[in-house]
Design a protein around this ligand. Structure first.
Ligand SMILES: [Cu+2]
Length: 154
């Protein structure tokens, strides 16, 4: 009798943790390599880059981004018309099922406005990624030396 009860508990435990793992995996993005570059004195706007991996069978929509560092965070894309690169704001960001979305110099990026402190090489800060499904993910973002900038741009 006692043994049976133990097995039952074990079964419940595995069922619950399986469900949790499954649902967690199915409504979240894997987010890698978030970075920006150190700023100069008085610089208030920065671009931030990261990669999103949607390893689920559902499209995942990002509703917004936020950070204590900035009162306003926008997602931008770059559109070239008549040889002039223009930044356009993206209202919604969709990461399709089983696909990736890369934010990188010269392309899609996050834009932070109104930063009041200088960002130095080696520092890091948090960005919150708010998904439309109600999940909020935290991403640690590294501040890189601006000498590295030329390696990222081409
Ligand atoms: Cu921009």
């Amino acid at each position: 009798m006692k043994k049976k009860f133990k097995y039952l508990l074990l079964l419940i435990f595995f069922t619950v943790s399986f469900n949790e793992a499954f649902s967690e995996k199915n409504n979240k993005l894997v987010i890698h390599g978030s970075y920006t570059f150190e700023t100069y004195e008085g610089q208030e706007n920065i671009a931030v880059y990261m990669s999103f991996f949607n390893n689920t069978d559902n499209d995942i929509e990002i509703e917004s981004f936020s950070s204590k560092l900035s009162p306003r965070v926008e997602m931008h894309d770059i559109k070239i018309t008549n040889d002039i690169a223009k930044m356009i704001m993206m209202k919604k960001v969709l990461v399709k099922k089983n696909s990736q979305l890369y934010l990188q110099p010269g392309g899609k990026h996050l834009m932070f406005f109104g930063i009041k402190k200088k960002l130095n090489d080696g520092e890091s800060f948090d960005i919150k990624v708010h998904l439309k499904n109600g999940v909020t993910q935290n991403v640690k973002t590294m501040v890189l030396n601006k000498k590295l900038k030329s390696n990222y741009l081409n």
